[in-house]
Ligand binder design. Structure first.
Ligand code: CP
Length: 361
């Protein structure tokens, strides 16, 4: 069974097929209006969402399918102690495909181990958000006409920003992409991501402390919110919360065809005056999210039909091992649910948790 747990679950070619299908859906909406007739999407959202949950809902409706689910953990049987594993076994009896958002990193991977239907990660803690990545790629493709030969500045909370982590992983397959990481020291990209970029990726990258110093170079400026809900220390949040504010003055040195992206929601990191700048693409980006999710639902359901015939083995069985280590990341699902402690062996002989990618000590 194919799932989408992180962007690297898709090859570059598969990503491009889904992006192209998204573009076809935009151009020929009526053609797809009954494509999922009789199918059901379960939206299991254990953490708040506006865009992702409602765009999945809207996507399935536009495909002629139905949607069921819950929008908060408090309205599900998790309040009685039900595990992710048991929940998705149950949901597999009711639906054809699952979109799951969870505050614990790795929860969708656990779900994919027990569900008998495709599971889509709709955001897990600070870890990954692959459908936002597909949204971002479709937006860059439509706005810039290409996914290679780009200089992209990621600005703000790069530590907890799961959309940044996932987009960087996806871009690592493209040619001549330069990444500029703009953050305060406290909100730098996690070590595992920096290591991966150094060792495994085609990307060139550098870290800077202000957006002003790199603005003229950028083709894409990807702004992010400082994620208050992920901080363990309120004082640290107060110190960094106003680190970066994009206003019209800062855009004076930007290219005329640069685009500004933001996964949203925003707080104060982009002022309202920027919204009327034609380079502000973040509301167009939201709309693209629905079309690319339509494309993803269609693709995963098609693959599920094909694989039913083939009887494919679970993906994690080949990639991960149980080796006596335990994950020490307090936000990892393996700390709170009774799951196999799975680790992936790295090229340097170290191990990384399968659920949250934290390095084993
Ligand atoms: N971009 C995004 O994930 O937004 P929501 O949290 O509203 O789903």
């Amino acid at each position: 069974m194919r799932h989408l747990i992180e962007p690297t679950d898709l090859t570059r070619e598969e990503i491009e097929q889904i992006v192209a299908l998204g573009e076809d859906i935009i151009a020929n909406r009526a053609k797809y209006s009954e494509a999922c007739k009789g199918k059901k999407l379960a939206t299991l959202f254990y953490e708040p969402s506006t865009r992702t949950r409602l765009s999945f809902t809207s996507a399935m409706m536009e495909l002629g399918g139905n949607v069921l689910g819950f929008s908060s953990a408090s309205s599900s049987s998790v309040t009685k102690g039900e595990t992710v594993a048991d929940t998705v076994r149950v949901i597999s009896c009711f639906a054809d495909i699952i979109a799951m958002r969870h505050f614990k990193e790795g929860a969708p991977l656990v779900a994919s181990q027990y569900a008998t239907i495709p599971v889509i990660n709709a955001g897990d803690g600070s870890h990954a958000h692959p459908t936002q990545t597909l949204t971002d790629l479709l937006t860059i493709k439509r706005e810039k006409g290409r996914l290679d030969n780009l200089t992209i500045g990621f600005c703000g909370d790069l530590k907890f920003g799961r959309t940044v982590h996932s987009l960087i992983k996806a871009l690592a397959r493209y040619e001549n992409v330069k990444v500029i990481l703009i953050s305060p020291e406290e909100l730098r990209l996690p070590d595992y991501m920096l290591q991966e970029m150094q060792e495994n990726s085609k990307l060139s990258f550098r870290e800077v402390r202000t957006m002003e110093e790199v603005m003229p170079e950028l083709d894409v400026l990807y702004m992010t919110r400082v994620q208050k809900e992920r901080f363990l220390d309120d004082d640290e949040f107060e110190r960094v919360k106003n680190s970066f504010v994009l206003d019209p003055g800062k855009l004076l040195t930007a290219k005329k065809d640069m685009i500004i992206l933001h996964p949203l929601p925003r707080v104060n990191e982009i002022t309202r005056e920027v919204d009327s700048d034609p380079r502000a693409a973040y509301f167009r980006q939201v709309e693209n999210g629905k079309f690319v999710r339509m494309a993803l639902i269609l693709t995963l359901l098609k693959w599920a039909e094909e694989q039913k015939a083939e009887g494919a083995a679970p993906r994690y069985a080949e990639e991960y091992e149980v080796n006596g280590h335990e994950c020490h990341n307090h936000s990892c699902i393996s700390r709170t649910e009774d799951v196999d402690q799975l680790f992936r062996r790295e090229k340097d002989g170290s191990f990384r948790c399968a659920y949250c990618e934290t390095k084993a000590r």
